[in-house]
Structure formats: structure tokens, C-alpha cells
Design a protein around this ligand. Structure first.
Ligand SMILES: CC(C)[C@H](C(=O)O)[C@@H](O)C(=O)O
Ligand code: SF4
Length: 474
């Protein structure tokens, strides 16, 4: 008897247009998201070849990386940002692509807006010229980042040659302890498998702790699949997924809804399917996580101390750790809880959804940020997240605590706009990459959950949010 199929193989196989007989196949691509950084050359390519876009209805464009987070009525001052923003607006107009411009309430980070609009749906293939497209896998969507020439290919043909990935499963068993979030789970997984652990694979996240996550939490988890080296992340769709999608602008309507849900219910890994790599973690063992180095795998629980490179036997890894510590300005053996911060960033496609803002606001309610914090900012993932947060009064909690409340976009996640951490500045950030210079030249980034970022803002250093919350606000 033939072994069953994984969720990944089911979606891949259902999209084969032409089997090339080898390691790859030509797949049909159901949806494409477009942003201003990786699309200009693709549009230019179409223009030069005299081609139109194959399916404008399956394409959604967004301005996110370069937009300022200050009031939108003011002009963009950075010439490069201005050029990219204007190019996408002109291209969208010329090719008839739907675009949410800077004044549109639906504007935001592509990976927040796609799901929010119901554009992201189970069982579809979805691409974007952006590595964190893996986020959409939270819906059981086969979603992955592609290069600019591939963006052009999808625009022209709605197909793409895709190599079949290996199947990897990460199971998180048991219940997540109180105060532990999807971000801690994501970081703990990367700490365990490493940034190359998922190379050549698509990771399916499974187990009770994953099933219990909200869609926001599943998106955080899949968002960081790429930081484990994987091509994409997946969570099999279930009632939580259907409930989230129902009624959103692009969601199937009327009788089509039931047909869609019937299909979505077939999207799971068969019991007897086999995985190339199968890893299990215990939820009960996950503590709040903080990164100490310049790779997301350089991560430890808040109770730990900064590692000593001398204890690492692999010479290349030892040298890398020394370099990281030097860049980060940390000494081996220091308690992570003794590391002070001067910047706090709550935002990005990892953690700028309503649930993330609620989690941070819960910590900040009735408290104020420490005097050594030079800048603390909240950048909602979209205009709709911003409006929802304002309707709940979260903006006031942030502002009263000493945070700046900004307009949506990628912002300080990578500093393509004016939001940067200065050289030697140290930032508790809810984003997904702590690379050298990621938040600005010489900037030091520590990746944490929204609750841990808020706790760091209050304490002026990293601290276990569970201990902070056990005390009354001063
Ligand atoms: C600018 C874009 C191509 C890039 C990516 O692909 O991820 C960015 O979003 C990032 O997070 O580094
Ligand atoms: S928020 Fe950060 S990680 Fe996400 S798309 Fe923007 S720059 Fe990339």
C-alpha cells in the first residue's frame, strides 16, 4: 500500500501544471502579494517584453518597507524610499493591480494585510518577493518567498517552477505555560534546530500547543519558519482558521463558503505519511526567550547567562560566537536579565497584530517606561490593526506608558524608513532578525515577544515578564 501524503505534498501535487520528471515541477500560483522593494524590475521586465499581467485579480500590492510611520500627509523625505513608493503606485496603475496606498486604512505590512483581508486561504499556493511570505502558512497555504525574476514570471504566467521540498515536522506537545507566547515557541524551535535545520524543507507545525494557538500566534510561528532555514511553514487548517477567514473581504461567500470549507477540511497530513525530519519539543519546558547574538538561533531563556565561546568545541562556531558577542557588546557569563536596553520596538510582520498589541498593553497598563529608554515605539501591522487598537484604548495605554504610537509599516524591523536604532544602541525588538546592522548600522537587536519587549521597557533591562506581572504596578 502507498504511504499517505503530508499536507505539503497534497498542496504541491494539486498545483502541478507540468511535471518535469525531476526534482521540480511547474506549479500553478493562486495568489501573489507585491511590495515596493522587490517589484520594480519585475514590472519593468513585463513592460520591456510588452506583456500584461496574467491575473490582476489574484494579485494584491502594498507599500510597507519604505513608508514613514509619522503622519502620512507629510511628504516622504528619503529620495530612495520616495522613488520606490512612487514606482509601485505608477506600476499598479499601469498594470491594473489592486494597491492599498498610504492613506488607505487597509494599508500595512503585506504579511499582516493578506490574512486580514481574507486573501490568504487554505490549500492555495501563494508567493511574494519577500522571505517572510512563510507567515501565510499559518492558514495551511503553501506560501513562500521568491526572487524578483520569479515575481515577473508569476506576473506574466501565474505559474512557477518549484523544487519539491523535503518534509519536516515540528511537534510541540502539551500546553504552553501561562505567560509563554507563540514568539517564545518560535524562538525556542530555532534555538533547537538552528538556522540551517530546515534547509530544503517545508516545516509543518503540529501538536497540542500549536493547535491551541490563535491565528495570530500561528502566523508568528510560520513567520519565523524561514529563520530555521525552511522554505515555508504550515499549520493544518481547522475551525480556528475557518472562523478567522469567515466574512473577510476576499473570503468565499454564500454557497461557495461551504464548498470551500469542505475542501479545506481535507487539508491535513495523513496518519501514515512519512517525514524526512521529525522533531518534538515539550511546551512545558519553554521559557520566555531572548536572543543574545546576531543570528536568531543565538537564543536562550531569560533565566540563562550569556554563553562563553571558549566552551564551544567547533572552531568556526566559536569564532562566530566571539564575533557576535563583540558586536553585541556582551561578556560571557553575564546574566541576560542584567542586560539593559535603550530602545524598544513593538512591530513587524512577526508581532504587530492586534493580539500582540493587546499582550504588550496588558504589561504596560498602569506602568511607565524606565528613564534609560531613549525610544520606545509601537508600529501596528496595518491601518485596521491600528484602528482596532485605538477602539480598545490600547493607544492610550502605550502613550501613557511613554511609547510612541505610529502609523503602520515595516519600520524599525529593518530601518528602510527613518526608524533606526543608532550605532551601539540596544533594542528589545519583536521582529524576526537580529542580523548585524539590521535595525541600523551598528545597532544591537535582541528578539523577544511583545510581552517581553514591554517588560524590558518597564524594567530598562530584560526581565521575566511573568515576575513583573506577579507584582502590582508601582
Ligand atoms: C526587503 C525584502 C526583500 C526582505 C525579505 O525578503 O525578507 C525584507 O522584508 C526582510 O525582512 O529582510
Ligand atoms: S516587517 Fe520586517 S520581516 Fe516583515 S516584511 Fe517587513 S522588513 Fe521583512
Amino acid at each position: 500500500m502507498m504511504a499517505g501524503k503530508t499536507l505539503y505534498d497534497k498542496i504541491y501535487d494539486a498545483h502541478i501544471v507540468a511535471d518535469r520528471g525531476g526534482a521540480d515541477a511547474l506549479l500553478y500560483i493562486d495568489r501573489q502579494l507585491v511590495h515596493e522593494v522587490t517589484s520594480p524590475q519585475a514590472f519593468e521586465g513585463l513592460r520591456l517584453a510588452g506583456r500584461r499581467m496574467r491575473r490582476t485579480d489574484a494579485t494584491l500590492a502594498m507599500l510597507d518597507h519604505n513608508v514613514p510611520t509619522t503622519p502620512r500627509t507629510e511628504p516622504i523625505t528619503d529620495p530612495m524610499s520616495k522613488q520606490q513608493v512612487e514606482a509601485l503606485m505608477a506600476n499598479a496603475e499601469e498594470f491594473g493591480v489592486q494597491l492599498y496606498d498610504m492613506l488607505d486604512v487597509r494599508q500595512g505590512i503585506v504579511h499582516v494585510v493578506g490574512p486580514e483581508q481574507g486573501f490568504t486561504q487554505p490549500g492555495l499556493t501563494m508567493v511574494c518577493g519577500d522571505s517572510h511570505t512563510s507567515t501565510h502558512g499559518a492558514f495551511g497555504t503553501l506560501a513562500f518567498g521568491i526572487g524578483t525574476s520569479e515575481v515577473e514570471h508569476v506576473m506574466a504566467t501565474q505559474t512557477l517552477v518549484v523544487k519539491r521540498a523535503k518534509n519536516m515536522r515540528v511537534t510541540v506537545e502539551g500546553e504552553l505555560p501561562p505567560g509563554i507566547t507563540a514568539k517564545d515557541m518560535a524562538l525556542a524551535i530555532i534555538g533547537r534546530v538552528g538556522t540551517a535545520g530546515g534547509t530544503g524543507c517545508v516545516i509543518e507545525y503540529a501538536g497540542e500547543a500549536v493547535r491551541s494557538l490563535s491565528m495570530e500566534g500561528r502566523m508568528t510561528l510560520c513567520n519565523m519558519a524561514i529563520e530555521s532555514g525552511a522554505r515555508a511553514g504550515l499549520v493544518a487548517p481547522d475551525e480556528t482558521t475557518f472562523e478567522y477567514i469567515k466574512g473577510r473581504p476576499f473570503a468565499p461567500k454564500g454557497g461557495q463558503w461551504d464548498v470551500a470549507v469542505d475542501h479545506w477540511k481535507t487539508l491535513y497530513t495523513d496518519e501514515d505519511a512519512e517525514f524526512d525530519i521529525d522533531i518534538t519539543l515539550q511546551a512545558a519546558e519553554i521559557e520566555p526567550q531572548v536572543t543574545w547574538g546576531t543570528s536568531p538561533e543565538d537564543v536562550l531563556p531569560i533565566s540563562a547567562v550569556v554563553p562563553d565561546p571558549a566552551t564551544i568545541s567547533d572552531k568556526a562556531k566559536q569564532a562566530a560566537a566571539e564575533k557576535s558577542l563583540d558586536y553585541m557588546g556582551l561578556r560571557p557569563g553575564m546574566k541576560i536579565a542584567d542586560v539593559s536596553v535603550d530602545h524598544v520596538f513593538i512591530g513587524s510582520c512577526t508581532n504587530a497584530r492586534i493580539e500582540d498589541l493587546r499582550a504588550a498593553a496588558d504589561v504596560l497598563r498602569g506602568r511607565t517606561i524606565a528613564p534609560n529608554i531613549k525610544l520606545a515605539m509601537v508600529v501596528p501591522g496595518s491601518g485596521l490593526v491600528r484602528d482596532q487598537a485605538e477602539a480598545e484604548g490600547l493607544d492610550e495605554i502605550f502613550i501613557n506608558a511613554g511609547f510612541e504610537w505610529r502609523e503602520p509599516g515595516c519600520s524599525m524591523c529593518l530601518g528602510m524608513n527613518p526608524d533606526k536604532v543608532p550605532a551601539q544602541g540596544r533594542c528589545a525588538s519583536t521582529s524576526n532578525r537580529n542580523f548585524v546592522g539590521r535595525q541600523g548600522p551598528g545597532a544591537r537587536t535582541h528578539l523577544v515577544s511583545p510581552a517581553m519587549a514591554a517588560a524590558a521597557a518597564i524594567a530598562g533591562r530584560f526581565t521575566d515578564v511573568r515576575e513583573l506581572m506577579a507584582k502590582e504596578p508601582a
